[in-house]
Design a protein around this ligand. Sequence first.
Ligand code: SF4
Length: 313
Amino acid sequence: MRMRDVATKYSFDLKDVKTILNNKKSGERSFFLEDYTLNPYMGCSFNCSYCYVNGSKYADQTSSMTVKSNACEILRTQLKNKAKNGERAVINLGSATECYMPIERELGLTRNVLKIINRFRFAVHIITKSDLILRDIDILKKIQKSAILPKDIVVKYKGDEDELYKLKAILTFSFSTTDDKIAEIFEYNASRPSKRLKAIKRLKKEGFLTGVSLMPILPFISDTEEGLNKICSDFKKYDVDYIIPGPLTLFGDGSNHSRIRYLVALKKYCPEVYEKTAKMFQKKDNLSRIYQKDLNEKICRISKNFNIKTSII
Ligand code: SF4
């Protein structure tokens, strides 16, 4: 099927872009270790009610969806030039939108992007909520075998060949909970947490560095001592390599903006925590500094108890 037909079938538009790699990050590496971010699609059919994109400065709403139709062509040119100039980088897929939405099963755009990344021997870090990533194990293995890492990472791990090998293809699954029933309320279209956990098991078995982005941690639902202990215990059972935690942020006051959509879902399905959550987000996007500090300390302490790192390296 032609790209246009597949896009139409899944209600995506097509758009040519001028660049596919977002500006190189400067200074310290972020939690995700990336040099560049790359998103083959714009908008997201998973449409999670808490999605930070909705109502934020990043996009008006994730329900307007686009395939970057010339992504492969542009990427080939950009990576060819970078490789020619001796540049090495970790490319992060999935920073702004899911790269394994249902459309990807038919279109294979993320898969083709990975093939190009492999051809020019760059490293990847994929963040996803979908077990469709398992389809691409073959290419990810090739990347793990042949990517050339940026110098600063090699220097950091001098002598530790096992660690270096694994850092060439880093795979992170995003969770807000490990409870399928709760996930069904807030992230209905994504693979259920139980499926994501099974995918982690498979990827670990295949020898990949596989961890978790525990973002957003939902106030009064997954942020309690009991809730975080349960979540970390689930992650431990599946032997995740790391947990990168993050609090909830809610933006906007439009009907499709995350602040409204999340609070509406909360009122309907978790009325016992609605009032206190709404109060925490009254006239602000972020939770208070004190809450964030306490949450960070709590998750770091609990992860440590389970012997799970809170950073990739
Ligand atoms: S999967 Fe990520 S990008 Fe897509 S709607 Fe959910 S939070 Fe937003």
